[in-house]
Design a protein around this ligand. Structure first.
Ligand SMILES: *Cc1c(COP(=O)(O)O)cnc(C)c1O
Length: 408
């Protein structure tokens, strides 16, 4: 067994071996898929000790409470999010059946009836949950621009019962990058926790826990799985915090657990995470530069571009590139967006991101076409906004496809 915690292993090597801390009873090279609902007890004693969490109890009871394949994925994601940290053993990963299950279970456990301060532009469903559903669950949420620390401090003072600050390391779809370290410092001064959705950046580019965030959350559907084959989620936090806030209890009773097959597929994705992210981000950099110089493109939002408002901050916290997602605005609005969608040949017209192939999406005519125009524009989803998840094809082919589609 490889000791992935050994300091000398690179992130790349750690990703390949992540989570493989336990030896299989038959010596299987790859992780077995424990496709089972329940686990057999040898006798009553083993069963009762398991329920009482006493020594000598069975290691597993029922797959909603824990499953060996899912646990390997939890170790893997935790190892990568805590890579290079002083005490990685004081953290654990918790896997879920979707990114939204991880996010909502995390928020409910951490905020518990108190106030949440959230970033103004977030992933659509996260935003909807915070805006429309936290109130009936006894919580309240206010939204601010997280890149403005002065605003955050004012909001914390205005809401002394703030339990949680919620943001995305690279925000969707504005691509804003926030100063996680400064936000975490302010949060600690006001007794609040910080939860960061690290789906866009992945631990290859950025590890929010290293900048003192309390919880990292993921839609593993995206880059972790990497091939668009599953829906999954995960969060990583200190063991103490997970126990104190009852995250395991909420997951058990809300029931948003990951299935063993999906966990296994995600584990295979994790092995190539570093390799894929390197290519996703170097391709995205080239595509962003191409788009920025194109006469039909008004603005490009990508943290790697010097024109990006938080470019220098992004460069100081992300040392190996800036991920694979680009947003851009077409000069000719709605019709130009529709035309680009209908004319791409290599790029796939689909929502989601983080797959090996390039995905393109035009929110105004697709995901947000039924939303009121004013509300849509207020949320930053303008008529000509296009979101591109740059794949690992050759950058030249992706650029050639966009070039011919933009000509139409
Ligand atoms: C996709 C996504 C989610 C939601 O994840 P699901 O796996 O679809 O539930 C949350 N946050 C971000 C940034 C995402 O891209």
């Amino acid at each position: 067994m490889i000791d992935t915690k050994a300091k000398q292993l690179s992130f790349e090597s750690s990703a390949v071996h992540a989570g493989s801390g336990k030896k299989d009873q038959y010596g299987s090279h790859t992780t077995p898929i424990y496709q089972t609902s329940t686990f057999v007890f040898k006798n009553v004693d083993e069963g009762s000790k398991a329920f009482a969490h006493e020594e000598g109890g069975a290691s597993h009871i029922y797959s909603r409470l824990g499953n060996p394949t899912v646990e390997q994925l939890e170790r893997a994601i935790c190892e990568l999010e805590t890579y290079g940290m002083e005490t990685p053993e004081s953290f654990s990963g918790v896997a879920f059946g979707s990114g939204m299950a991880a996010i909502t279970t995390g928020i409910i456990s951490l905020a518990k009836g108190k106030h949440i301060i959230a970033q103004d532009a977030l992933y659509g469903c996260t935003s909807q949950f915070l805006k429309e559903e936290t109130e009936m669950l006894g919580m309240s949420t206010s939204f601010i621009d997280m890149t403005d620390l002065f605003l955050l401090e004012m909001e914390l003072k205005k809401n002394p019962d703030t339990a949680l600050i919620y943001l995305e390391s690279i925000a969707n779809p504005t691509m804003k990058v926030s100063d996680i370290e400064a936000i975490s410092k302010l949060a600690k001064e006001h007794g609040a926790l910080v939860m960061v959705d690290n789906t866009f950046a992945t631990p290859y580019h950025l590890q929010p826990l290293k900048f003192d965030a309390d919880v990292v959350v993921h839609s593993t559907t995206k880059y972790m799985g990497g091939h668009g084959t599953i829906i999954g989620g995960a969060l990583v936090a200190k063991n103490e915090l997970l126990d104190e806030t009852g995250v395991y209890l909420f997951r058990k009773n809300l029931g948003g657990i990951s299935g063993p097959m999906d966990a296994w597929i995600t584990l295979n994705g994790v092995k190539t995470l570093a390799l894929r992210m390197e290519k996703h981000s170097s391709n995205a950099m080239k595509v962003a530069e191409f788009l920025e110089s194109h006469p039909k493109v008004e603005t490009v939002w990508y943290p790697g571009l010097e024109s990006h408002a938080q470019h220098s901050l992004a460069g100081s916290i992300m040392t190996k590139g800036f991920g694979g997602v680009i947003s851009f605005e077409l000069k000719d609005g709605l019709e130009a967006g529709k035309s680009l969608m209908n004319n791409v040949k290599l790029c796939t017209l689909a929502v989601s991101l983080g797959t090996v192939d390039t995905l393109i999406q035009h929110p105004a005519s697709m995901t947000h076409s039924v939303v009121d125009e004013q509300l849509r524009c207020d949320a930053g989803i303008t008529d000509g906004l296009v979101r591109l998840s740059v794949g690992i094809e050759s950058a030249d082919d992706i650029i050639a496809d966009l070039e011919q589609a933009l000509l139409n």
